[in-house]
Design a protein around this ligand. Structure first.
Ligand SMILES: C[S@@+](CC[C@H](N)C(=O)[O-])C[C@H]1O[C@@H](n2cnc3c(N)ncnc32)[C@H](O)[C@@H]1O
Length: 215
């Protein structure tokens, strides 16, 4: 497994949350009927997933943020806001699904939310739960903040809680045909056909062609 080259959309900093073009590019090809997000925060990406996919489960560990999200998003029948730590809540959501899905994994501590006693980043636990799910082979998993797994972290983070990019890619080796690339600070993981889905991405966004690796 070599280094993962980073593909940036033209321009500088990308806006907060799931890049809509990335989600639409995946969805145009795979037509998922459900999305699952870990880490709701203020619901920015929940709304994008609702618009692009149609039905979303979103998981938030912090009670106050969960209550806010339930108030602002919970009346939408396409959005299910769930309270709890993602590794505890994911299994019951997965058990209720009967087909593959689009995942946006973004649950982690950052300075804007209350401190946590548990791990600041439950990503490896999330991936190990997904790896055992029967529909994971045809699902796509988008993991935000690729840079947090590949560079030194600011002092406020507990470095030991954050896996390395190597660990993340190893944990996301779901099937022999799983591929991954880093696009716009998102680790994009899914079936080999993802490479076709992203065929015209450079043309649409001005980004370089994604460099796909077999995980
Ligand atoms: C970066 S924010 C998520 C941003 C949101 N996904 C978006 O794109 O707009 C991270 C969120 O994860 C939540 N969080 C932290 N640890 C969590 C855990 N173990 N399970 C679920 N949510 C968690 C934090 O409270 C925070 O709201």
């Amino acid at each position: 497994m070599g280094e993962h080259p980073v593909v940036r959309t033209s321009g500088s900093e990308r806006p907060w949350g799931l890049p809509p073009t990335l989600a639409r590019t995946v969805q145009r090809y795979f037509r998922y009927r459900v999305a699952v997000e870990t880490g709701t925060y203020k619901g920015t990406s929940t709304r994008i997933l609702r618009e692009v996919v149609g039905r979303v489960y979103t998981i938030e560990a912090d009670f106050a943020l969960y209550e806010d999200a339930r108030r602002t998003l919970g009346n939408d029948p396409g959005i299910h806001v769930c309270l709890g730590s993602s590794p505890a809540v994911l299994p019951s959501i997965l058990n209720s699904l009967d087909s593959c899905a689009l995942f946006w994994l973004d649950a982690h501590w950052f300075p804007e939310v209350p401190s946590v006693a548990d791990s600041q980043c439950p990503l490896l636990e999330e991936l190990s739960i997904l790896a055992r799910w029967p529909f994971i082979g045809d699902s796509c998993v988008l993991i935000d903040d690729a840079r947090m797994f590949s560079g030194p972290l600011e002092e406020c983070y507990r470095a030991g809680d954050w896996p390395t990019l190597h660990d993340v890619i190893a944990a996301a080796r779901f099937t022999p045909s799983t591929v991954s690339a880093i696009i716009d600070d998102v680790i994009v993981v899914g079936p080999g056909t993802l490479t076709l889905a992203f065929g015209d991405y450079p043309e649409m966004t001005g980004a370089q062609s994604p460099v796909w690796k077999k995980t």
